[in-house]
Design a protein around this ligand. Structure first.
Ligand SMILES: O=C(O)CCC(=O)C(=O)O
Ligand SMILES: [Fe+2]
Length: 346
């Protein structure tokens, strides 16, 4: 891959840089305020009785993923107490003092460890107003706080990571059926026992608003599409801010402003979106969708926002190419490296 260095940007240059991938060029165009359109419907899909309703659920997922790129899951089988325990563990981690958290620093390019306001989106050129702690299984040596520092943290987070992965594979198995791949195709591509595993659980803590002018030109997460196959975001009721802009509506012949729709969080609902990797793998049938997390408005809750995102990203050694071969083959490793390097200052 020749493009890795070309897109290894610094903060200052990240907006103007010519990126190596079309997806990145697109991102640089969409960092402004845009307009709002809350008439769009984000489909809610129930996974109740999955085994007997598999075909019906698959059709619903396909419709949502080809039309909007975003959907929310209910009756998905992940227990609310487990999700709450993971949120609680996440809050305890972010409550640690900075000198403790800095013992678990983000490992460059590996999506593992803690960072504070390091992610600069190509769309905005400013750092997301957040800190994150990422878990990518093969790279967690020395990154888990011990039992004295944070009792039960590792156990809760690993158990949550595993269950989120299982659910992700279930969703992806439905897409595999529709794309004409074997049902287990994506599960094999995300095999957990591989040293090349690179799916990631990201705990997120968006900073509270402490000044009213803090919102100006700032984003909790600047507009972006995700790099992965499928993202599942766990959010808390009352901690909104996520907005989506389906791809086909993002720009009209490059002229119009993108228009954004609020995704309303509810405890227990899992908000899912298709990422660029699966869009490419499906020859563009499944839509990776632009989204962002805006700062709270004056009349909204001003406190911290917590969310957790699970990114299903195919193992590094997997070669990505759609059934119709619309795009050249690329390894999942090369694909992700380009995107990570464009988002984190070197
Ligand atoms: O926190 C959220 O609601 C969304 C986070 C997100 O889009 C991301 O981390 O890629
Ligand atoms: Fe995202």
């Amino acid at each position: 891959m020749s493009t890795i260095n070309e897109i290894n940007t610094t903060n200052e240059s990240s907006r103007s840089k010519e990126y190596g991938l079309n997806e990145l060029n697109f991102e640089t165009m969409i960092g402004g305020q845009g307009t709002e359109n809350n008439a769009r419907i984000i489909p809610i899909i129930s996974f109740a009785e999955f085994d007997t309703r598999r075909e019906e659920i698959t059709e619903q997922l396909w419709h949502a993923a080809t039309e909007v790129g975003f959907f929310q899951l209910t009756d998905h089988g992940l227990d609310l107490p487990l999700i709450q325990a993971a949120f609680e563990a996440s809050e305890r981690f972010f409550d640690l003092r900075e000198s403790t958290k800095s013992k678990f620093p983000l490992k460059s390019g590996l999506n593992a460890g803690w960072e504070f306001m390091e992610q600069v989106r190509p769309s905005t050129g400013t750092a997301d107003q957040k800190e994150s702690y990422q878990v990518t299984l093969p790279h967690m040596d020395n990154l888990f706080p011990n039992q004295t520092t944070l009792p039960e943290f590792q156990r809760v987070i690993l158990s949550f990571e595993y269950q989120a992965w299982q659910l992700g594979m279930r969703v992806l198995s439905c897409f595999a059926d529709k794309l004409g791949f074997p049902t287990e195709f994506f599960t094999d591509a995300h095999a957990r026992d591989s040293e090349h595993f690179q799916s990631t659980l990201r705990l997120l803590h968006y900073l509270p608003m402490v000044r009213s002018d803090q919102a100006e030109g700032m984003w909790r997460a600047g507009a972006h599409t995700d790099f992965d196959c499928l993202t599942m975001v766990f959010q808390k009721s009352g901690q909104g801010g996520l907005q989506v802009c389906p791809g086909k509506d993002a720009m009209n012949e490059g002229q119009q402003q993108p228009s954004w729709t609020d995704v309303i969080p509810q405890d227990g609902l899992i908000t899912c979106n298709i990422g660029d990797m699966l869009m490419r793998w499906s020859d563009d049938k499944l839509k990776s969708t632009l989204h962002r997390v805006r700062m709270p408005r004056a009349d909204e809750y001003q406190g911290a926002r917590y969310s957790m995102a699970y990114f299903c990203q195919a193992n590094k050694d997997i070669i990505i190419q759609g059934p119709e071969k619309k795009y050249a083959k690329i390894s999942a490793e090369d694909y992700l490296l380009q995107r990570i390097n464009a988002n984190f200052a070197s």
